[in-house]
Ligand binder design. Structure first.
Ligand SMILES: O=C(O)CCC(=O)C(=O)O
Length: 283
């Protein structure tokens, strides 16, 4: 068993090492650096902070700013703040789509869902419990939806990497419920009761993770002193129903047949975005 498809079908997830280089990742990192800078200056102008922490690195600055105001992230991930041409170019990156193509063929749609996650040290909000992505995407369990997850810094057990329960995607979607005081829905029957085999990912910046909408995964607490930045977005075979998903309005075809051509331009995506009803709901 060694092809991408074999490993993915067996485990429900796949890590491709060195899939992207710094030329692929730098534009989204620069965009995040700009967003952090803008938000920092907003806090400074409101006199919420007295230091803009300009000398701090990508891995530290946002945390230093929030610590100075005694705050944590308001939300588990950034959406509208990071909507950009840099993000579009990453979602339509030829290397990313080539890997997706090995799993679902050459007619690929981007599902419209994307997040940049500033996972802070010791932060509960961004520590996701065991879940399957279909628990958050109603009526998707009968189809295959792929999450691409890219670490923007090296990730490991210390700074809150992801863990997977290999093969758990074969057992269908569990029932979820809300627990008082918890931000996320959790499965009524904890998956670890039937799975002892937990895979803990150790990934470098440039590695690419893809996972199935039914495989159980979670993210660990970030026990480091720095921010675990990552970006994730979702795809499916063109024509797979996205009915009723909040991000359907900003989905687009990303690859057509044999010619590896992306039929959608940045301008096309901007038109969808500008008329979509959801964008004011998210940070
Ligand atoms: O990035 C994380 O910490 C969690 C990501 C995740 O669980 C997901 O995208 O479904």
């Amino acid at each position: 068993m060694n092809s991408h498809l074999d490993i993915f079908s067996e485990n429900g997830y796949l890590v491709v090492q060195d899939a992207l280089n710094s030329e692929d990742l730098e534009p989204i990192i620069s965009l995040i650096v700009e967003v952090v800078d803008k938000r920092t200056h907003e806090f400074y102008d409101q006199r919420t902070i007295s230091n803009i922490h300009a000398d701090m690195s990508f891995e530290r600055r946002w945390y230093a700013v929030l610590q100075e105001c005694g705050r944590e992230n308001e939300v588990f991930g950034w959406h509208t703040l990071v909507y950009s041409e840099a993000l579009f170019n990453l979602i339509t990156n030829r290397k990313v789509l080539d890997i997706i193509e090995t799993l679902i063929g050459n007619e690929i749609q981007f599902n419209g869902d994307f997040w940049v996650r500033p996972k802070l040290p010791n932060e509960k909000l961004t520590t996701l419990p065991w879940h399957q992505d279909s628990a958050y995407m109603p009526n998707t369990e009968a189809d295959l939806h792929l999450t691409v997850w890219l670490p923007l810094v090296d990730v490991n057990t210390v700074n809150g990497t992801l863990q997977f329960l290999p093969r758990s995607h074969r057992e269908g979607l569990r029932t979820y419920h809300r627990v008082e005081g918890e931000a996320f829905a959790v499965p009524e029957i904890p998956p670890t009761s039937s799975h002892n085999d937990i895979h803990t990912l150790d990934m470098k910046k440039g590695d690419l993770l893809i996972f199935n909408n039914l495989v159980f995964h979670r993210s660990l607490l970030n026990r480091s002193e720095t921010i675990r930045w990552s970006v994730d977005f979702r795809y499916s075979r063109t024509g797979t129903s996205l009915d009723g998903l909040w991000h359907e309005a900003i989905a687009f075809p990303a690859r057509e047949k044999e010619n590896k051509h992306c039929p959608t331009s940045w301008n096309n995506w901007q038109m969808l975005w500008n008329t979509s009803p959801h964008k004011d709901r998210f940070l």
